[in-house]
Design a protein around this ligand. Structure first.
Ligand code: HEM
Length: 279
């Protein structure tokens, strides 16, 4: 709001334009960042496709039929790129929590010929790469550490019992990802506070190391018009520019990154994919 009143303090004036600082370590995504980004539970088992202008339902397709060599299938079947964006805008993701892993990823065949249960792979990779278990992970972040399974699950007894059985009653063995999926989520959050702590550090680091954001964030680099453009263009503007048929929908949607406003026709669809209210 006030502009860059401090030349270098990111606390007073934010990271853009505060100067690049790598903290003496070449930029890289950290292993624990990869770990908290394991968000495969977001993926649904099916995608519902709709036509963008009127909102009419076209087809509901298993995600397994839409990945890898089959990824282009919907476009070849006559669904336009605009329709795809509208469909993704009104399909809901899965919650990042326990017992919510998409079935197709538990039985995943990839073009390299491998057959994997990604639910297992997510855990095994963290273990083989030395990512600390949940309690140790939190200790390193100077966060509180649960002493019992019930404390971990915020009082969810059933889940606590299941976890205790899986981990032989030893809370120190709970994997970072499993613990993150088990802790109660702060109201308004889409994922755990444990993951959030990593995201907030990595997001700042990413900006602070970026020469086009922390460094040459000025009219000399961007031109005056360019700098205005990058500051005031939103995702909604970008989408509307490319897909005029989305204008009406996006005008009624607050944020392009949250579920979009649905056309009346789409509300007739009763599948789980759009979070339809049960009638
Ligand atoms: C159709 C969608 C997806 C498929 C088929 C898929 C599949 C895979 C596969 C096969 C791996 C490598 C497994 C291994 O190490 O053997 C992987 C890794 C990973 N996936 Fe996904 N994934 C999908 C979507 C996502 C999404 C939406 C996210 C996050 C929002 C995500 C996050 C990750 C991360 C963080 C890794 C670890 C990367 C690394 O080891 O460097 N994936 N995924």
């Amino acid at each position: 709001m006030l502009g860059r009143i401090s030349k270098s303090s990111e606390i007073i004036s934010g990271i853009p334009g505060s100067g690049v600082d790598h903290d003496e370590i070449p930029f890289s995504l950290t292993e624990e960042f990869v770990s908290v980004y394991r968000m495969h539970s977001l993926l649904p088992d099916n995608i519902a496709f709709f036509e963008a202008k009127q909102g009419k339902h076209q087809a509901t397709t298993p995600l397994a039929d839409l990945t890898f060599q089959r990824a282009q299938k919907p476009l070849e079947s006559g669904i336009s790129f605009g329709d795809l964006f509208y469909s993704f805008g009104i399909n809901y993701p899965g919650a990042i929590t326990n017992n919510n892993y998409p079935n197709f990823l538990r039985d995943l065949h990839t073009p390299d010929g491998l057959h994997r249960d990604m639910g297992t792979v997510d855990i095994v990779r963290d273990r083989e790469r030395g990512v600390p278990r949940y309690c140790a992970f939190r200790r390193m972040l100077r966060m509180s550490v649960p002493e019992t399974f019930e404390e971990l699950t915020g009082g969810n007894k059933e889940l606590a019992e299941q976890l205790s059985e899986v981990y032989n009653g030893d809370i120190e063995l709970v994997d970072a990802l499993v613990g993150s999926h088990s802790e109660p989520v702060i109201p308004g959050f889409g994922f755990s506070e444990t993951a959030f702590r990593i995201f907030i550090v990595m997001a700042s680091r990413r900006l602070k190391s970026d020469r086009f954001i922390a460094g040459q964030w000025n009219a000399e680099m961007y031109t005056k018009e360019g700098l205005h453009w990058v500051q005031y263009t939103t995702m909604k503007d970008v989408l509307t520019r490319h897909f005029p048929e989305l204008e009406d929908t996006l005008k009624n949607s607050q944020n392009a990154f949250a579920p979009w406003a649905m056309k009346a026709e789409s509300k007739n669809y009763q599948g789980i994919e759009t979070n339809a209210k049960k009638i």
